[in-house]
Write a protein of this length. Structure first.
Length: 145
């Protein structure tokens, strides 16, 4: 005979907190946030549909520049640095090239970079993601500016 006592009418007292710590070198990818930046234009718009329409026009206008960007061609799992503890990633270098940042962030679905996906608007475009540096041989060296 087994005695099992369970009080399911009371919330648990213990709290579990999961922390994702980066393993190895990473680079942070986010759109530059200076005055007349792409980030500033996107955040100034009221709705996601306005952002998506404007971004599609911007991508079409700069198609040659964006297609010329050297970027990884395989699927990569990125870490949303703002959803995780951002301080864990603060020592890693930041990509400051808007073309590379747009090419990467515009192709993220969830936390996965999909290389053949068309650049489109999603919340990831305004976020900050950490990618393993081994996929970026020309990764920037140094600290966050």
């Amino acid at each position: 005979m087994m005695n099992a006592y369970s009080n399911t009418g009371v919330p648990p007292r213990s709290k579990i907190q999961v922390t994702v710590k980066p393993v190895g070198e990473h680079i942070l990818v986010k759109l530059p946030r200076h005055c007349n930046s792409l980030y500033g234009k996107l955040t100034s718009m009221k709705s996601d549909s306005d952002r998506a329409v404007w971004l599609q026009g911007f991508v079409n206008e700069h198609r040659l520049e964006l297609d010329a960007v050297v970027r990884p061609m395989g699927f990569i799992v990125a870490v949303n640095a703002k959803a995780a503890d951002y301080s864990l990633f603060s020592a890693f270098p930041v990509v400051d090239d808007w073309k590379l940042a747009l090419s990467l962030l515009g192709r993220i679905s969830g936390n996965i970079y999909i290389p053949r996906r068309e650049i489109s608007y999603s919340d990831s475009l305004l976020g900050c993601y950490a990618f393993p540096a081994r996929f970026f041989p020309c990764a920037p060296k140094g600290e966050i500016q």
